[in-house]
Design a protein around this ligand. Sequence first.
Ligand code: CU
Length: 218
Amino acid sequence: MFRPVINPSPAQKRSQSLGDIFLSANYTFSRAIRWISFLPGGASFLVLLSMASSITGCRDHQDPSATATVSLISTSGSNVGSAEMTEDKDGMVTLKVNVTSLPAGSHGIHFHEIGAADPQAAPAFATSGEHYNPASRKHGLENPEGTHAGDLPNLVVDAQGRGSLVTTTDRITLTDGPKTLFDANGSSLIIHASIDDQKTDPSGNSGPRIAGGVVERK
Ligand SMILES: [Cu+2]
């Protein structure tokens, strides 16, 4: 198949090695096709599909329902930040909250049981109901009879009014199931005026609601 070159020039060497690469790639491809042809129809279709998807680079088909977002507003209706949520394939949800223009200090923050966050309700954000608690537990990350599905670590806000919280939880999901935030009446994320003591039922003495928003599919 190949005419051997005795004492090849550099140009001849180059063309020979390019030919080798072409031949070896061609060989690998034809071996793969021969191998696929031995598989039953369905399996060879799947192999071809996975080859195609690895070529186009679209192997990570993420369920669109596994991400969510919250737009947070204050009691006066102004924007004070947002939250992003992502659920991984094992059902672990990562929550990232960023806020501005809130009072300095530690604030209780929870998922509440209704997807309605009206700052003009009396009292503010009363429309979001109580903490999301489908398992009927008591409040607090440190409560022996806890924990509400919607309970979270405190959100710390600095002297400039900025705060962020990054945490993970498997007490809630964004995908369907008994602890999904997207149940019949949805859910909200609510920030309180005071620190959550993580023990006192039903809301850790965290005081009035100062900001909130509805959890929405992204
Ligand atoms: Cu709350």
